[in-house]
Design a protein around this ligand. Structure first.
Ligand SMILES: [Zn+2]
Length: 98
């Protein structure tokens, strides 16, 4: 289970959802930056991006494309990414001493 290196609280789905950079999260409780391992995060993000592109490409132009396809696909991908972080598939870098 991945946790914040500073305050030891679990990484929340909101911090995954809110980050502009998928490799760098912000702890929901203490706001400390949480760096993810570039290798494991890169692999998982790469697979998810490929999946998203394949799904979007497949359904491109269908009725209600943005609402019915893009939105749920992106949300599911975020959920899977979050699950990968929580299960430790995507590793959190140990907190760096400043
Ligand atoms: Zn924290």
């Amino acid at each position: 289970m991945s946790k914040c290196g500073k305050c030891d609280s679990d990484i929340s789905f909101m911090s995954v959802l809110n980050t502009p950079n998928p490799f760098k999260l912000k702890c929901g409780s203490c706001k400390a930056p949480i760096a993810l391992s570039l290798v494991s995060a890169g692999i998982v993000a790469g697979i998810l991006m490929a999946l998203i592109s394949a799904i979007l490409w497949h359904f491109y132009g269908s009725e209600g494309f943005w609402i019915k396809v893009v939105l749920p696909t992106v949300l599911i991908a975020e959920g899977l990414y979050f699950a990968a972080i929580r299960t430790g598939l995507v590793k959190v870098k140990p907190a760096q001493a400043e």
